[in-house]
Design a protein around this ligand. Structure first.
Ligand SMILES: *Cc1c(COP(=O)(O)O)cnc(C)c1O
Length: 227
């Protein structure tokens, strides 16, 4: 079940702030996605390749599919024909594979680099050194990486009630985003995305500079299984 009123007011709030809403539809049926689409939503986020592969063909072709979960290199090929933005790139190997698969389909895939900002060991992502290293590889080889467009950074804050901690993690991510833009993408308007904020913490994320929020349970209701 989709909450149309919540979608409406959230969309108004985010539009006024210039923030893009990605509706996170993982574990939810295609009919829920169609309902939000009918209201006007076009950006949807999924976490599992298998789920996306099942939903994409039965839904409108102009949906912008965001892949927000951890992506294994050997599965890129399944989503490469249509995926719009891959949020969770955390290795150079994965970036190369996305480029290779995008080239096969004669298209460009947008990506974000996922940063580990949370104070939790389980979450994926790069640390500051990993980011620097990846960017050095990228700089050295970008002429052969013409089918990927690095558009920004993504991160998830610690799951905690401590709002100060959440804020400081978002602030750190936004600083890294500004630093990477200034260092490598200063004349590249497509580098414009700082993806941070979910149902529970998107207000703090926007105040700390988010340009794209990923919101699931607030729009679609609680998920039946954790994801
Ligand atoms: C599930 C998920 C979300 C959405 O979480 P909600 O709390 O349901 O809004 C956002 N980002 C990522 C990476 C997720 O896996």
């Amino acid at each position: 079940m989709v909450n149309a009123e919540v979608w409406q007011s959230l969309t108004e709030e985010l539009t006024a702030k210039g923030v893009t809403l990605v509706a996170v539809s993982k574990t939810k049926p295609a009919s829920d996605i169609q309902d939000l689409y009918n209201l006007g939503q076009r950006d949807f986020g999924e976490n599992y390749v298998q789920e996306l592969v099942e939903k994409q063909p039965v839904l409108p072709a102009d949906i912008r599919w965001h892949y927000i979960g951890h992506l294994q290199s050997n599965k890129v090929k399944y989503i490469a024909p249509y995926v719009y933005l891959i949020h969770a790139v955390d290795s150079f190997k994965l970036l190369e594979e996305i480029n290779k698969q995008a080239a096969k389909h004669n298209r460009t895939i947008k990506v974000l680099l996922q940063m580990h900002i949370a104070n939790e060991v389980t979450k994926h992502g790069l640390d500051a050194n990993g980011l620097t290293e990846l960017m050095e590889y990228y700089e050295a080889q970008k002429d052969s990486l013409k089918n990927v467009e690095v558009c920004g950074l993504m991160g998830m804050a610690t799951f905690t009630d401590d709002e100060e901690q959440v804020r400081s993690e978002f602030a750190r991510l936004h600083n890294m985003y500004k630093h990477i833009k200034a260092s490598y993408f200063i004349a590249k308007p497509y580098f414009n995305t700082c993806s941070m904020g979910m149902s529970g913490d998107y207000h703090a994320a926007i105040e700390e500079g988010s340009t794209m929020v990923r919101i699931g349970s607030m729009l679609f209701g609680a998920r039946n299984y954790p994801a």
